[in-house]
Design a protein around this ligand. Sequence first.
Ligand code: MSP
Length: 521
Amino acid sequence: MASRQTYYVTTPIYYVNDRPHIGHAYTTLACDVLARFKRLDGFDVRFLTGTDEHGQKVEKSAEAAGKDPQAFTDEMSGNFRHLAEAMNFSYDDFIRTTEARHISSCQAIWQKLADNDEIYLGSYSGWYAVRDEAFYGEDELTKTADGLRLAPSGAPVEWVEEPSYFFRLSNWAERLLAFYEANPDFILPDSRRNEVVSFVKGGLKDLSVSRTSFRWGVPVPNDPDHIMYVWLDALTNYITALGYPDTDAALFQAFWPADLHMVGKDILRFHAVYWPAFLMAAGIAPPKRVFAHGWWTNEGQKISKSLGNIIDPFLLVDRYGLDQTRYFLLREVPFGNDGDFSHRAMLQRVNADLANDFGNLAQRTLSLIQQNCAGQVPTPGPFGSDDAALIARAVGLLDSLRGEVDRQQFHLALTRIWEVVSAANRYIDEQAPWMLKKTDRARMETVLYVLAEVIRRLAILVSPVMPGAAARLLDQLAIPPERRDFARLGADPTAELASGQALPKPEPLFPRLRETEGPGA
Ligand code: MSP
């Protein structure tokens, strides 16, 4: 038997200095949708997430909380697992960088880089931003009125002078550029790709990859005064989780190189420049793609702890519903762009797209079947041209969604689905099955069958984004759980729905939200 195609998707691992916020939820949600989509499409999927627990930033936060760093990270890492439960994320592995498997993996990649003469001992003097865990050149900084220096991210920097190992990043610029050239889809969206290419064309300096002024991290092999730079440590998680350094391990063989590292735009450079250089220097293939998504603002304002306008994903789920939140985040903003969260926009999406368009379509169809077909899947007669046209649109959806999802264009995938929802709503209005019941019952059954079949397809296709609502809808159509994957979306409209099958009483899918519901209510 031919082995199944594989798909490996990763989230960034999250710093445990902070509680989960909308940014974390957003990155992982995008990966979750991809993972679910690929599983339903027959792929053997590996979906990795986890927490980034080393480095000065976490050490300082533990200190501020008056806790031992390990106890602190144990506690904080748990919050990200809770987020995954609250958001219905279907990860296969959750990695923590303080785990033994990861520490030995980091030391192994370091050793490999050292053996390949890619690392040398020197000393670093320059600027460092703990908040970004990044080194900056003087030319990248801006000075505030009171003489404070800030990184481009707005993070304050401090002067660091200490012995340090360096990675020979300067040797990799040409090879990175050749790699980007040969793999035009390695960095998406294209605008981000151009930024990275011009950064690399500007020349790369060797990168400091160890620190000696604090202790919370992975000791450098044979020189434990040095702690590995937290980004080298963190990036390595993507291969640790496949069994590195055992590159013969079944997981490594099956899933490396990763199909996609999903990241926010702020951490693209680490993933698209440093990481492929580290990997190539260690003799390991680089990943196939890095996608950098945009940032959310809150009611038009930049989100920050000091402004106190952090959006708590647990609260969103409580107030608007889980599937509603998942839908909104991926539908509202073209994936890759920045976007604004607002209560109004959320209300509008839930009421217009979910309650009115999709919810009503399902509710109207299922109620008509309940009332006029004795609560059983109707029996269709021959399909006319209007029936065939609607069915053809629903059948054609899978291919167009594959195209959109393979380029991480989730908003377009949802738009395509809603085009068919609208077409189905037009069809029900034009065919008026409630009238046919008096004049032509056979035709009414055909129309209701076509609608039920189209809704079945829509439910399966929307299930990666709204797994809960889709499952409830498929329950209402009495589709068995093992018949809810994309293999059930072939061209034959009569292959899956069983005429005569009894259906449960229909339940509304998406309640309308009232103006007053949500934050501030
Ligand atoms: N630990 C590093 C990643 C290491 S990966 C090898 C890190 N962690 S983080 O917790 O700070 O980052 C989390 C993710 O959240 C990033 O992808 C970041 O872009 C994203 N976001 C943080 N704030 C955000 C918004 N306001 N909006 C959208 N995403 C944002 O970086």
